[in-house]
Design a protein around this ligand. Sequence first.
Ligand SMILES: *[C@@H]1O[C@H](CO)[C@@H](O)[C@H](O)[C@H]1NC(C)=O
Ligand SMILES: *[C@@H]1O[C@H](CO)[C@@H](O)[C@H](O)[C@H]1NC(C)=O
Ligand SMILES: *[C@@H]1O[C@H](CO)[C@@H](O)[C@H](O)[C@H]1NC(C)=O
Length: 401
Amino acid sequence: MKSLNSKWKHSFLYFLIIHLILYLLHHKLALDNQTVRIKKSPDLPLRFRHDGTFKILQVADMHFGNGVVTRCRDVLATQFDFCSDLNTTRFLKRMIEAEKPDFIAFTGDNIFGSSSADAAESLLEAFGPAMESGLPWAAVLGNHDQESSMDREELMTFISLMDYSVSQTNPSAGNASNPGNREMITNIDGFGNYNLEVYGAPGSHLANSSILNLYFLDSGDREVVQEMRTYGWIKKSQLHWLRGVSEGFKGQKKDFSYSEEAFPSGKPPALAFFHIPIPEIRQLYHQKIVGQFQEAVACSSVNSGVLQSFVSMGDVKAVFMGHDHTNDFCGYLDGIWFCYGGGFGYHGYGRAGWSRRARIILVELEKGGKEWMRVERIKTWKRLDDQKLSKTDEQVLWNSR
Ligand SMILES: *[C@@H]1O[C@H](CO)[C@@H](O)[C@H](O)[C@H]1NC(C)=O
Ligand SMILES: *[C@@H]1O[C@H](CO)[C@@H](O)[C@H](O)[C@H]1NC(C)=O
Ligand SMILES: *[C@@H]1O[C@H](CO)[C@@H](O)[C@H](O)[C@H]1NC(C)=O
């Protein structure tokens, strides 16, 4: 009898322990469900709309700090009170609402590291309106993003994991002719080099083919060259990778959807996005430009041959940069348009009385018979953060014929 009793006691204890474990496990899992979030992804691939257009909002230099406590720079004395990073957030929301873009491209200095207490917090707040919009968006880094609590690799990794972000830390290997076999390329300078393909309009015979490429490049932060401090630049390894990607699309000609008729040059047109302007932009001071040239081009002392590479690739039709906040012009160099976004963020330097601004890029398809075909035209304009979001400097950047 005694032994039976103790056996019963044992099983009772055993039963209790099992339940305690199950309870804790369940409780813990329940807690984890609240903290572990799975990234929300946009519908991919990126593609043109039913109306044959694809619209990009370029946001340059948000310079986000810590939100409401981070004051505006270079606004009129009368605007200084009640002006903070929240004005940058409000501008982004208004732009998304007014233009209803298909995609948002952030061209660096998204956060102003030296004013940011915690890089993750600043990124979450800066990109908040993009994440809330549910639109696909992508970013590259400027020279200031890493001045807070994350290095450039950590920043790009974090950005690539944010809701609806299609940013990548490193590019994928392979090309459009073998899409099944894509591995990360890591032997390349910088973080945030990648290509995004934009597919043709739904229902068209180019619906499953990239007819527009978006090239993102990391132009670095700062470097020391012969004991002189200078800005970063796009390195040979990055240009080598990009030429490979671009050549890969030429191989597509055999494919029905990449027929000669669709792309006489053998490659779909491409747009490039990076932060620091290339040295040739200085030449534009003496040429006809659309927009304003109000400050010296703060580029690197090193010319790594970006312009030459783009010219020889032949597919890049326009380039979108940031960095110099009070330059907002487009200028033409060797057959390629180079456009500044113009400063967007209120904590970034600017000009009091000269509105913060954003650039829109509209890509339109050609109609062949009843269906949408290849890219016909690339247009751009800007909007100012004034009461009416005034539209300015509309121009055509490229025409297929
Ligand atoms: C910043 O936002 C506040 C609140 O919405 C507004 O009153 C103020 O005019 C804005 N400042 C600027 C410079 O846009
Ligand atoms: C594109 O892919 C979809 C789904 O795989 C298919 O149903 C459609 O026929 C394809 N369209 C063309 C033009 O290849
Ligand atoms: C693209 O992929 C095909 C198939 O694997 C390969 O033969 C070709 O060399 C690749 N092109 C480039 C530029 O990497």
